[in-house]
Design a protein around this ligand. Sequence first.
Ligand code: HEC
Length: 123
Amino acid sequence: MKVIKKTIIFGILILFPISIGIISIVAIKKNTLEIPISQHENGRLQYAIRCLSCHGVNGKGTRKGPALNDGIWIYGDGSIPVIASIITNGTPTGQMKGWGNKLRKEDIYALSEFVYGLGAERD
Ligand code: HEC
């Protein structure tokens, strides 16, 4: 009797909520619209999520990270491949960590293009 009671309580309290949770997650995933987003918009979005806190609005810099829109580069020439390499591997001093294993290749490329564009927008 005790075992049956325990099994029923376990089912109601643990298994039932878990199954409802899994069913809702599957349902939400099925209904999520994949809205196509341009590379530039993706770059802007990724920047806002991951970089803005240190590099500031429009890449103007903060106390936590240098400006990226002034045409002055600590590392390299500010070209898209160099920017992409810094984003992937971090800076040589390790003050900025790399994002290579956190971001998809297309996000890194979108970010590089976006950061490159920040410099172009300054004048
Ligand atoms: C935690 C703060 C922080 C975050 C978040 C951050 N950075 Fe940095 N970033 C820095 C610092 C600090 C440096 C300078 C490090 C050094 O001199 O070694 C730097 C350097 C750079 C440089 C080289 C600048 C130059 O003048 O050569 C680029 C490009 C860059 N970051 C891009 C990005 C991008 C793109 C992101 C978002 C994916 C990002 N950073 C996120 C702090 C940050």
